[in-house]
Ligand binder design. Structure first.
Ligand code: DQA
Length: 144
């Protein structure tokens, strides 16, 4: 059984009630169920959320140590956390895939969301497709 870590940053725990016009009305548990249902045979989904930058960084260390691919929605950390970016770089430098995902399309929103400090070290970026951003990332990281 191989595992994919699906890591979610700050305020994503409020999915479902947070700005439903932007993020939809489904919550993280719905996302977990969707990913579990769409995972290939033998792939286990480990979906987590935290509002804590240090915890997110430690989960990225765990990905390196356990050699686990990562689907990462860094949420607002996307736009300014060099600490998170450096930890995410450890994952890709270790030869592991890390896909940055966003529910919304940050480029179609406020100017401060147009910058991602994570994208340059990510394997790839999928944004603006709601839960499909995660589903397509899962398909990609488990393709081979
Ligand atoms: C987000 C976009 C970010 O700009 C925002 O801070 C989030 C969610 C998204 O999934 O669309 O919290 O990462």
């Amino acid at each position: 059984m191989s595992t994919v870590l699906v890591l979610n940053g700050p305020n994503l725990g409020r999915l479902g009630s947070r700005e439903p016009d932007v993020y939809g009305s489904a919550n993280l548990e719905d996302l977990r169920e969707l990913l579990v249902a769409s995972a290939r045979d033998g792939v286990s989904i480990d979906l987590r959320q935290t509002d804590d930058e240090a915890e997110l960084i430690h989960w990225l260390y765990e990905a390196v140590d356990e050699r686990t691919p990562v689907i990462l929605n860094p949420a607002a950390f996307t736009h300014y956390s060099y600490a998170l970016r450096d930890a995410a770089a450890l994952v890709t430098k270790a030869g592991l895939q890390l896909i940055e995902v966003h529910l919304s399309n940050p480029h179609a929103r406020e100017t401060f969301r147009h910058t991602s400090v994570v994208s340059a070290i990510a394997t790839g970026v999928i944004a603006g497709l709601g839960f499909d951003s995660y589903r397509l990332a899962l398909d990609f990281v488990t393709a081979s």
